[in-house]
Design a protein around this ligand. Structure first.
Ligand SMILES: [Zn+2]
Length: 171
């Protein structure tokens, strides 16, 4: 199926190198595929996926720094989504092994919301998008410098699984 949908010429060009225009940090959720959501082609987006689209892990930061420094992406999109299991686990205080590392990040986002919104998973997910956009810049001097110089745009968005729509959120 895949091989029938892509031309050998396209693959040959991609094999020479990648030139994505955007890096996307999003959740590992099986229902959230940024390449499908934005109708992107191979080579257009450098995607980092981790439960809860959290930025704290050095491998996440390092991957995005690679996209910024070496691949020269023009923007980083932090894409959260509705009905996020990682957010739900945080709200329900589910704690299994290393899942607690994911929950710590999301808990940070939840603690910044008014009490009434902190109980709503989708509000927490959106708050988490804002927080991760901020943390990418706080934790990575490479990313911060590029944003401050105007060479890199930081974008946040929420994907609504039920409607298939993407809503961009302010930083
Ligand atoms: Zn999720």
């Amino acid at each position: 199926m895949f091989l029938k949908s892509v031309s050998p010429t396209v693959l040959a060009n991609l094999a020479k190198g990648q030139h994505p225009f955007v890096a996307i940090l999003t959740c590992s959720d099986s229902r959230v595929s940024p390449v499908s959501i934005f109708n992107l082609s191979l080579g257009e987006a450098f995607v980092v996926r981790v439960a809860g689209n959290c930025a704290s892990d050095p491998t996440v930061l390092g991957s995005l720094e690679y996209a910024v420094s070496h691949l020269k992406v023009r923007a980083i999109l932090v894409l959260g989504h509705t009905s996020c299991g990682a957010v739900r686990a945080s709200c329900d205080c589910v704690d299994h092994g290393n899942l607690s590392a994911v929950m710590t990040d999301i808990e940070r986002a939840r603690s910044r919301l008014p009490v009434e919104r902190a109980r709503d998973g989708d509000s927490v997910a959106e708050g988490n998008v804002h927080l991760q956009m901020r943390r990418l810049q706080d934790l990575s001097p490479v990313i911060r410098d590029e944003v401050e110089s105007g060479r890199l745009e930081m974008i946040g968005a929420m994907f609504d699984i039920a409607t298939g729509r993407v809503r961009f959120v302010n930083s």
